[in-house]
Design a protein around this ligand. Structure first.
Ligand SMILES: [Mg+2]
Length: 385
């Protein structure tokens, strides 16, 4: 079997309401965008993957940096292909969708879901609602009520208010309203700020420590990204200073950055993402290192339905992944908008868990009409014989 054609589309889908995510202070998003990749083979089986939208850079990465070297290769030879993707990550942007598509092909050919091919661990796991915005206290409580009534049992709150005093007060308020009925995580989003009209300076070590201690007292399950990404020493110092787990790593790139994060004990929970960080199978190596170091690996999944599907397969194959991130924050970020490219959006069941289907590969059933309607740019390689 060989890869004989590659196709890439930039897609822009309107959100049902404007989204003001904590990680881009002052910005308003009206669409969700992605780079959709399809890898075709000479035996008629095709795989799909997706990454974030980075404009023409997304198409150029696959057209100029991946296709010339990978067309004609056997899609089962993932480790042979991975080095090309690493070079494309350095010279281009987010090529990791390619490895998703390879595993989608391998799963379809072998008629197995990807997580089972890797030695599955679970086909159902607790999901947490990963919220995006920083609303008023009342609005935050209302949103949690709404999601709680649909089955969500755990919520990750965003801490990016003007002062840590307000952030801590928000979590105290939510805890006082819901008591122990819900599990809580918090994400400070200090590691990465998107270009933004209102950039906020990162927390100091003292602020991060103060918040972590307060969260520990409020029985929060983890504190995510409390310090800038490359502040390795103070991350390690913080993780050592408190008992509450420190989580992060969603936008680190490459196996060796993760090795350093694990070896230096920067995080108790590693949150690499199969769309942002490395190939989906490559991240199993990071998860294994975390496992051997008695750490958790809970993938970040905030991109789109295909990215979520890939990370779900990864998560289900791991013995050290006790939660699954389920991005949802209506009215702006709904599951229908997040998964617009899928005929059936992923849902959390009434008991707060997400389950995997036994469909082969990544288990995706694409909504071709929606994809076609919202495609802004499209590129297709020549077919090789
Ligand atoms: Mg995060």
């Amino acid at each position: 079997m060989k890869i004989n054609q590659i196709e890439c589309s930039l897609i822009e889908y309107p959100l049902p309401a404007p989204l003001r995510p904590a990680w881009a202070p002052g910005r308003v998003f009206n669409t969700t965008n992605c780079t959709l990749l399809r890898v075709h083979t000479d035996e008629g089986v095709s795989g799909v993957g997706a990454g974030p939208e980075v404009g023409m850079l997304g198409i150029n990465t696959f057209a100029d940096l991946v296709a010339p070297y990978i067309l004609g290769k056997d899609p089962f030879m993932v480790e042979q292909i991975s080095p090309y993707l690493r070079v494309a990550a350095r010279d281009g942007s987010y090529p990791w969708a390619f490895e998703m598509a390879l595993w989608d092909i391998i799963g379809k050919v072998t008629n197995q879901p990807v997580y089972r091919l890797w030695g599955g661990f679970q086909n159902r796991m607790p999901a947490y609602a990963s919220l995006a915005e920083v609303p008023s206290f009342e609005e935050q409580v209302e949103r949690i009520h709404l999601l709680h009534s649909s089955g969500m049992r755990a919520f990750k709150l965003r801490l990016r208010r003007p002062s840590i005093k307000e952030d801590i007060a928000l979590v105290e308020h939510v805890r006082s309203v819901f008591g122990d009925q819900i599990d809580l995580m918090v994400d400070a989003n200090q590691a990465h700020v998107m270009p933004s009209p209102k950039p906020i300076g990162a927390w100091t070590y003292f602020e991060a420590l103060t918040v972590a201690r307060a969260m520990q007292d409020l029985n929060v399950l983890w504190v995510e990204e409390p310090l800038p990404r490359y502040n390795y020493h103070q991350l390690a110092q913080l993780a050592e200073a408190v008992d509450i787990p420190i989580a992060g790593g969603e936008l680190n790139i490459g196996l060796h950055e993760y090795k350093m994060l694990v070896d230096m004990n920067c995080y108790d929970i590693i949150q690499a993402d199969a769309a942002f960080s490395e190939g989906i199978f490559q991240l199993r190596k990071v998860a294994a290192l975390a496992e051997m170091s008695f750490k958790k690996f809970i993938p970040h999944t905030w991109s789109n339905g295909i990215g979520l599907a890939a990370n779900l397969q990864l998560a289900a194959s791991l013995p050290n992944c006790p939660w699954f991130e389920f991005p949802v924050d209506p009215p702006g970020w709904t599951v229908a908008a997040r998964d617009f490219m899928l005929k059936k959006p992923f849902q959390v069941d009434e008991d707060g868990t997400i389950s995997l289907s036994e469909a082969p590969g990544l288990g995706l059933d694409l909504d071709e009409l929606a994809i076609q309607r919202h495609t802004k740019q499209h590129w297709i390689s020549n077919r090789v014989l």
